[in-house]
Design a protein around this ligand. Structure first.
Ligand SMILES: *Cc1c(COP(=O)(O)O)cnc(C)c1O
Length: 826
């Protein structure tokens, strides 16, 4: 079947207004949705109502292909891929579906003959689906887009949180968290499938105590998981896969009555308690808060999803031996790692297979992606949580561990240290289950997300496991979808690409290399610069209208947008700005291009130091603005509430991408890739995928600086941040300004925790070690930016060589190396 053309009409809704004379001459599916769903005349509809009607009109066009995809996959019985993730950071869906359906003109025609609104205005009515924290959740969203685009039979499984990642406000320079009720209006994309609900046994019951869910021992209970399906439209619209998000509730009415033993009010309270399981996303990125409710969420996701997967498998296959040939389950980090025990339980207790057979099938079905080297992110759950919630799973984990440690002993006799290091159980005050060990032992594939990360995983973090199972370990460098991150975010650049190399880059990003030959072409350079200028002007206009702040689009746009974390080193960035501030005050003639430094990012609500860094950025921004010697030379802008939509707005406008993590700590990064494809030049450390970006683009086309991962590790023993304070005048001047309350005259001492982290507690993330090299890299940026032809040449080469970082490439590698999954096409 040929991909839909933009001219193809939406599938008929088969609905006719029943009232005679209802705008018969203007009948259209869009107007029908307004009249029949919202019950408003088109003229009186609010923008939100128009958005919903347009979204439903588009869904009408998607639904037939969604059905067709399901029918095709049901009849072909192919191997299916299941992507289990606690997070899907989807962002907006309408605009993405219009692009992937290639339905721009359909959308515009749907609104005719009342084109007082354009679809580009209506997309602003949609809230972001913020069901994730950052890179891990956004990766899951890019991957399901690529799976559908590559026609791989696949399904994403996650949770339908009532509240996604909090909305960040900034008050007095400080982060304040507001709830994100993204489902306040009904969501036009989701389809609830009550008939496919599943039941999850829990060995305890729960009560709400001051709004916090508490497990009560004894009295087993059950949770019901109800699937809410969202279409995942591949590019061209032919394959429409499903993202299935589970909502928790109490068992249905029949069991509900039986359960509550006639206590009607108590039963209703039980319902409220049960629903609180999927109430809210935990807002921690790269840390494990260790909360019991989070544990229940992970268990709930796994039980619902595996129950569903196994039921689908059984419908089409009679022989359990076929499981690994028909099912591949990818665990996005350890969050769903209890799947190892749940799949064993299903195969042992429900299918009555032998342990050996069940274990063989489990390992061949599961695969695990590791996302971080930070020790505080590694999940370890108290044994007592398992005892309370799922004692059978604990029993199985103990048996898995017993057999596993027998294998270790057989291979390394007498090596008790190794046994202790590798055990799934950490002994101590309160035993813990090491979820990463469980995931590794129970999977046939363990991958990191960039070459250096996979290497460090193998050699440092879990080297005992890599030694024991060398064939399991592999690398899959992350990628991002060019549909959202170029076509949708940067239509002007997309048009230029189409005019220059045709539009095949959308599904084969390696085609961008065709631009390299034009890198020095003055005419193409001018067109490229015009696209960047347009994006900067549009962004400046958006900032002006939404925040009232003036930003000058003729300045260099320098951007660091990502979660706020010490290892990502927003603090290094702001310290360098303080260095510049201090230099400009001493020497207003200092030669350097005018710069606007943009920051955006959320801090975990309990992460005190990260929140203090936000405060410092805002305080420095104010001081820079207040001083006539600095305010026309540099500006600092903290954009509140970083989310996918803000990333889509800012990245096309960026000149410089800040990727300055302490080397060895950023697993991959994906923000770095989005910037590269949109023609920003990277200033960065040799960390994560930035290393591979430099390899593709040529090191000379990035601004790399600072310690390598190896140097960071080797200097751990002797690094002394005070040496830099005492021997580097610019470092000292900057720190003295910050800690001498220059930026916080009304709040003296407020930055004391930062002083302690940097100068008393050894500057773990080595800000001061890299500050001088970072400033030098920024000087080089200033020089090159002063030469627009050279700058543009490098920017074009970066775009031309960014093809590797498409999520299509990443997913093709997962499909070939880990899943053995193939496209399923009519
Ligand atoms: C891409 C993206 C991220 C990941 O950014 P990194 O710079 O790789 O940490 C986080 N949040 C949002 C909203 C994104 O779009």
């Amino acid at each position: 079947m040929a991909p839909r053309t933009s001219k193809s009409a939406p599938a008929s809704t088969n609905r006719t207004p029943t009232t005679a004379g209802t705008a018969a001459e203007h009948a259209s599916p869009y107007r029908d949705h307004l009249a029949l769903d919202q019950v408003v005349p088109a003229e009186a509809a609010t923008p939100r109502e128009r958005f919903e009607a347009l979204a439903r009109t588009l869904r009408d066009a998607i639904a037939p292909n969604w059905l067709k995809t399901r029918a095709l996959q049901d009849s072909a019985n192919p191997k299916r891929v299941y992507y289990l993730s606690m997070e899907f950071l989807i962002g907006r869906t309408l605009v993405n579906n219009i692009i992937n359906m290639r339905a721009e003109s359909l959308a515009q025609e749907a609104l005719a003959p009342a084109p007082e609104t354009t679809w580009r205005e209506l997309i602003e009515q949609e809230p972001d689906a913020g069901l994730g924290n950052g890179g891990l959740g956004r990766l899951a969203a890019c991957y399901i887009d690529s799976l559908a685009t590559l026609h791989i039979p696949a399904m994403g499984y996650g949770l339908r949180y009532d509240y996604g990642i909090f909305r960040q406000g900034i008050e007095n320079g400080q982060q304040v968290e507001h709830p994100d009720p993204w489902l306040a209006h009904s969501d036009p994309w989701e389809v609830v499938r009550c008939g496919e609900s599943v039941s999850v046994p829990i060995a305890c019951s729960f009560e709400l105590e001051h709004g916090v869910l508490r497990a009560v021992s004894g009295g087993s209970s059950r949770l019901m998981g109800t699937p809410y399906d969202r279409p995942v439209v591949g590019y061209g619209g032919e394959t429409v896969n499903t993202l299935r998000l589970w909502k928790a509730s109490a068992p249905d009415e029949f069991d509900f009555r039986e359960f509550s033993g006639g206590d009607f009010v108590g039963a209703v309270v039980d319902q409220i308690v049960a629903e609180s399981v999927t109430r809210v996303l935990y807002p921690d990125d790269s840390t494990n808060a260790g909360q019991a409710l989070r544990f229940v969420q992970e268990y709930f996701l796994v039980c619902c999803s595996l129950g569903d997967i196994v039921a689908r498998f059984r419908k089409q296959n009679k022989d359990w031996q076929q499981l690994p040939e028909k099912v591949a389950i990818q665990l996005n980090d350890t969050h769903p790692a209890i799947a190892v025990a749940e799949l064993m339980r299903l195969l042992l207790d429900e299918a009555h297979l032998s342990w050996e057979t069940a274990w063989d099938l489990t390992v061949r079905t599961l695969a695990y992606t590791n996302h971080t080297l930070l020790p505080e992110a590694l999940e370890k759950w108290p044994v007592r949580f398992f005892e309370r919630v799922c004692p059978r799973h604990l029993e199985l984990i103990y048996e898995i561990n017993r057999r596993f440690l027998d294998d270790v002993r057989a291979r390394y006799p007498g090596d008790e240290g190794r046994i202790e290091r590798m055990s799934l159980v950490e002994e101590g005050h309160g035993r813990l289950i090491r979820m990463a060990h469980l995931a590794i032992v129970g999977s046939h594939s363990v991958n990191g997300v960039a070459r250096i990360h996979s290497e460090l995983l193998r050699t440092r973090v879990v080297s005992d496991f890599a030694e024991m199972y060398p064939d399991r370990f592999n690398n899959k460098t992350n990628g991002v979808t060019p549909r959202r991150w170029i076509q949708q975010a940067n239509p002007e650049l997309a048009r230029l690409l189409n005019a220059t190399i045709g539009d095949t880059w959308l599904t084969d990003l390696s085609q961008l290399q065709g631009l390299a030959a034009r890198a020095d072409d003055p005419k193409f350079q001018e067109e490229f610069r015009a696209a960047k200028r347009g994006a900067k002007e549009r962004f400046a206009e958006w900032v002006r209208t939404t925040t009232g702040q003036e930003v000058d689009p003729t300045t260099l746009f320098d951007c660091q947008i990502k979660r706020i974390h010490e290892y990502k080193r927003q603090l290094l960035n702001v310290l360098h700005i303080v260095v510049l501030y201090s230099q400009l005050r001493d020497n207003p003639d200092l030669a350097m291009p005018r710069r606007t430094f943009f920051f955006a990012g959320k801090a975990a609500p309990a992460y005190r130091l990260a929140k203090l860094i936000i405060k410092l950025i805002n305080d420095v921004a104010r001081a820079v603005d207040a001083d006539p010697r600095t305010r026309d030379r540099i500006r600092v802008v903290f954009l509140p509430n970083y989310n996918v939509t803000l990333a889509e707005r800012l990245i096309p406008a960026a000149d410089v991408s800040e990727q300055i993590s302490t080397a060895g700590y950023e697993a991959s990064g994906t923000g770095n890739m989005k910037f590269m494809m949109n023609g920003a030049l990277t200033i960065g450390t040799r960390d994560g995928a930035t290393i591979e970006m430099a390899e593709q683009a040529g090191e000379e086309n990035l601004f790399l600086f600072g310690l390598t991962a190896q140097q960071v590790a080797e200097s751990r023993g002797w690094y002394d941040p005070r040496w830099h304070y005492e021997n580097e005048p610019e470092t000292r001047r900057a720190l003295d300004l910050v800690f001498g309350n220059h930026f916080s005259p009304a709040e003296p001492g407020i930055y004391e925790p930062i002083r302690e982290a940097l100068l008393t507690h050894g500057d773990y993330f080595m800000h001061l070690a890299d500050l001088t090299a970072y400033a030098e890299a920024h000087r080089r940026i200033g020089e090159v930016y002063a030469d627009p032809r050279e700058w543009t040449r490098r920017a074009i080469l970066n775009v031309a060589r960014s093809g590797l970082f498409s999520s299509d490439r990443a997913i093709a590698e997962y499909a070939a190396d880990i899943w053995s999954a193939e496209p399923c096409l009519a």
